[in-house]
Design a protein around this ligand. Sequence first.
Ligand code: 0A1
Ligand code: ZN
Length: 889
Amino acid sequence: MMSSLREGPTTVVRREDYAPPAYWIDTVELTFDLDPAKTRVLNRMTLRRNAAVPAQSLRLDGEDLNLARVLVNGAGCSFRMDAGQLVLDSLPEGEAPFTLEIFTTCAPEKNSQLMGLYVSQGTFFTQCEAEGFRRITYFLDRPDVMASYTVTLRADKQRYPVLLSNGNLVESGDLAEGRHFAKWVDPHRKPCYLFALVAGQLVGREQRIVSRSGKDHLLQVYVRRGDMDKTEHAMNSLMASVAWDEARFGLPLDLERFMIVATSDFNMGAMENKGLNIFNTKYVLANAATATDTDFANIESVVGHEYFHNWTGNRVTCRDWFQLSLKEGLTVFRDQEFSMDLCAEASARAVKRIEDVRVLRTAQFPEDAGPMAHPVRPDSYVEINNFYTVTVYEKGAEVVRMMQTLVGRDGFARGMKLYFERHDGQAVTCDDFAQAIADANPDSALARLLEPFKRWYSQAGTPRVRAEGHYDAAARRYTLSLTQRCAPTPGQALKQPFVIPVALGLLDASGRELPLSPEQRLFVLTDVSQSVVFEDIDSAPVPSLLRGFSAPVVLECDYSDEQLLNLLAHDSDPFNRWEAGQRLALRRALAAIAAPGPVDAPLDAAFIGAMRAVLRHHQFDAAFKELALTLPSETYIAEQLDVVDPQRVHAVREAMREQLADALQADWAWAHEAHKDNGAYRPDPLSAGRRALAGMALTMLCLNARRTGDTVWPGKAYQRFKDAGNMTDRFNALSALVVADHALASEALARFHSLFRDEALVLDKWFALQAGAPDRGGNVLPAVKQLMAHRDFNLRNPNRARSVIFSYCNANPGAFHRADASGYVFWSERVIEIDRFNPQVAARLARALDRWKKLAEPYRGAAREAIARVAAQTDLSNDVREVVTRALS
Ligand code: 0A1
Ligand code: ZN
C-alpha cells in the first residue's frame, strides 16, 4: 500500500536546483467514477512544451496508482515508468498544444495516510497539498504548473448525494443504475495542490452575502447531519473574514460560491482548496455545550486563515515548495491581524499578541535551536511534509510583521497592493514578495535594508540581542548598546547580522513614560553592535525593549528585580508588562533549578506580592491577568538551560504553582467569585478572559485543597462541573479536579464521558486531559496505555491519536521523561506503529525528542537509544527517516 514511499534511495530536493517545467498544462478535465474500493479516474489534459527550456521528455508524477491507458491526441502511445514517474519520450514536436488522456484507478478506502483521495466515515475527501494530487492521477505535481479545471463526479446517488468540487456547479443529473453526476468548472487557474472533491451524505448551512462591490455570493458550511447545530460560529467567522479582507486589504471574494466541508479524519488543521476548503472538524464544529472558548477562537482564526489563502496562496501561489512561507507566513500574519482587528478592546489585541508570541517561543524557538532547524525559506528537504513547521508558519509571520513595522501599516497595505498588481495569477518567490513591499515604500527602512533584511528568509536560528544601558547623570544622557549574535544551526556555521526592529520606550523610576519621538521609538539594529543615545534624560531610566515583541529574537538584559517590577506595574506596553512578569518568574525558576538539594519554596514575598497586585489590579482585564499569572511553561524554562533535568524543571514549576496557590488563596477565591458568572454564553474575548481567570482560580484553589485537605473547593468544582452552562466552565472545573488529582476526579471523568459519548471532539478533550495530567508517582504512562485500550480509542484517527499520544509525549514533559526510559520506549513503539499507515502523523510524533541532546543523564542516553531504535527500522517512511536521521546527526 505504501510501497512507493519506501522504495529506492531517499532523494534530497534542493532549492538551488529549481528549473521551470518542461511542459505547461493548460486545461484539465477530470472524470471520477467514485467507488471506495476502486475509483476510476479519467484525466484529459491539454499540454504544450515550455519553449523557454530545452526539449525533453514529459515526466509525470504518480504514486499508488494503477495505470490502465495513455492516449496522446486520441491515439495510443509508448510510455515507460521510471522511479515512479510516467515518462513519455516521443511527444509531438513544436509548441502546439496536444491532448493527453490518462486512465487510472485507485483505492480510496485503503488510503490510510489521508493524502490524495480517501474515505472518512463513508464520505470521499481529498487532500492534495503538498504532493497528494499525484496519488489521484499522473500529473506535473508542482505548484508552478497552473491549469483550468473541469471536474465531473459520478457516484451512487443514495450513498453520495452531495458531489462537490472547486468552482461553479454547471451541470448535474441522474445516470443509470441509481447513479448521478455533477460537473464543476473552476473559473480560476490553479496549481493541482488546490484541487479538491468531496462526495457523501452531508448537509449544508447556507448564507447569501453581498460584497462591498455589490456582488452576490453563496457561502456554505457542509457537515454530517447531526452536526448542523455546530456550524453557526464557522459561518459567522467566514462572513467576518470576507468582510475583513475587503476592508483591510481591498481583496474581494472572487467566487460565486465558497464552501467549507468538515471531516473528522484529517492530518492537519484545514486546507485552502480553491472555493472548497476542507477542514478538520476540530476547526469547524462548535456550540456552547461542546466547544471551549479556545475552540471558538481557533475556529475563527483557522476559518480566516483558509479564507485569506484565497488571495495569499491561491491567486498568487508558490513557485516551488521552498517558498512555502510566501503563502503560509503571510497568511498566518493575516489571520493574526484579523483576530486582533475583531477585538473590540485594545487590551484584547495585546492578549492575542501575547498568545501568539507564546506559541512562537515554546514551539518555534526550540525548533530553531534543534536538529530540524531550517530557514523560513528552507534550502533542502527530503519530505516536504516535514516542512509545514512553526518556522515556516509562525516565524514566517513574524518576518512579515517586521516588514509591516518597518514600512508602517499603510505602507504595508500599499505593498500588498503592488504585490497583487505585479503577481496576480503567478507562482512566485519570497523574494518577489519582499521586493513588492519594499518597492511600494521606496523611502522606508525596509527599502534601504532589503538585502540584509532578507537574511530572515535564508538564515535559521534565533538571534540573541544583548542590551546594556548606561546613564551619565552629569551629561543627562542615556546610552543603550545593543549587540546581536546567532548560534550555528545545521549547515549554517556563521551568520550575518539580522535587521532587527527594536520598538522601545523609557520609563522613569516611578514608571512614567518619558517622551520620545516616533523615530526614537523604533531603533533598527543592523550591525553586530550599535548604540543609541537619548539626551536630556533626568534620571536613570528603565528601558522597555522590543515592545509588542517587535522581532523574533531573545532579548537579554540585566534588569534588576526592581526594574522588572516597575515594568510589570507600569509599562504602557502590555506585552512588556507581561514579559516583565515572565522574566521575574523565570529568574526564580532558574535559581531553584540550579540550587542544590530538594526543591524548596522558589518564590519570595516580592514576587508573590507582585502577582497579587496583578490579580487584584483594577484596570488590567481578566484575560491579561490569566496570562500574567501563568508561569512560563516547562518547555520554555528548559530552553533557557544548557543541560535539562526535566524532572527537576517539573518539580520546580509545580512548587512555584503550589506556592502561588497557597499564598494567594484568598485572592484566588475572590478572583473565582468575581469572574465566574458571565451571563449568557458568548465567546467574545472579554467574557472568555473572565472564564479563563475564573477557571485558573478554581484550579489553584483545588490544588491548594490538595495540600490543606480542604473539601469545600473541590466540592464547588464538582458542582460547577455538573451545573456548568457551557463547555469552557465545565471543562475547567473538570480539569481543576484532575490537575489536583482529587478523589472526585474519576467520578467527574466518568460522568463527562457518558454525557458526551457521541461527541468525538469532546471525547478528544477527555482523552487529552488524562494523558496530559500531572504525573503523580508515574501514574500517567499506565493511564495512557489504558486509554489506548479504551473502546473509543482509534489510532488511525489523527485527532484521537493526537489527543492521547501527543498530549503525553509532546505536552506532558513531567510524565514523559521518566528515569526508567519507559516514556521513550512507548514513544518509539508508537512512531513505528503509526508510520506503517500514516507517515505524516508519525513524523510529527517523531519530533517529540528533537531536543534530546540537551537532556541530562540518564534521559539523554535513553532518548538517544529510543531514536536509534526507530532509525534502525528498515522500512521507515521518508517522513520519519528524515526526522530521526537529523535528530541523530
Ligand atoms: N495549507 C494548509 C496546511 C495543510 C498542509 C498540508 C496538508 O496535508 C495534510 C493539509 C493542510 C494551511 O496552511 O492551512
Ligand atoms: Zn496556511
